[in-house]
Design a protein around this ligand. Structure first.
Ligand code: SF4
Length: 120
């Protein structure tokens, strides 16, 4: 099971104005159908305590080799997820972050596909 590519969509509880232009489930569904990743999932708030726990549980088994996260600013993501990655020994260089705020469904899906293409 080693070497999986995982995708997480994080949406600021779904209430942040930055995510209202897209259909969150439409994005997830389109990305899933494109079969770019081995799995896709949605988390409402990765940067709080239980979000950190989610990342630890998700990555602790070692099956996920690369993690693509569509959410907020990439530099913020790096800082916010660092402790969780370090706790389970996940290489932060294998985290590919994308800012999808203020995008439509189509724009978000295209940006996610591009991220995956550029970081195979
Ligand atoms: S990780 Fe980013 S997108 Fe997700 S809840 Fe935190 S600030 Fe919002």
């Amino acid at each position: 099971m080693a070497g999986k590519k995982g995708f997480v969509l994080c949406v600021c509880q779904g209430t942040c104005p930055s995510f209202t232009e897209m259909n969150i489930f439409g994005v997830l569904s389109d990305v899933r159908r494109a079969k770019i990743f081995d799995y896709v999932c949605l988390h409402p708030q990765l940067c709080v305590g239980d979000g950190e726990e989610f990342l630890k549980v998700l990555l602790s088994g070692g099956e996920t080799q690369k993690l693509y996260v569509a959410a907020c600013d990439p530099q913020m993501q790096c800082k916010m997820f660092r402790d969780a990655f370090e706790a389970v020994g996940f290489d932060k260089a294998k985290h590919f972050a994308l800012d999808i705020r203020n995008k439509t469904t189509e724009e978000a899906v295209e940006a996610i596909k591009k991220l995956a293409e550029e970081n195979p």
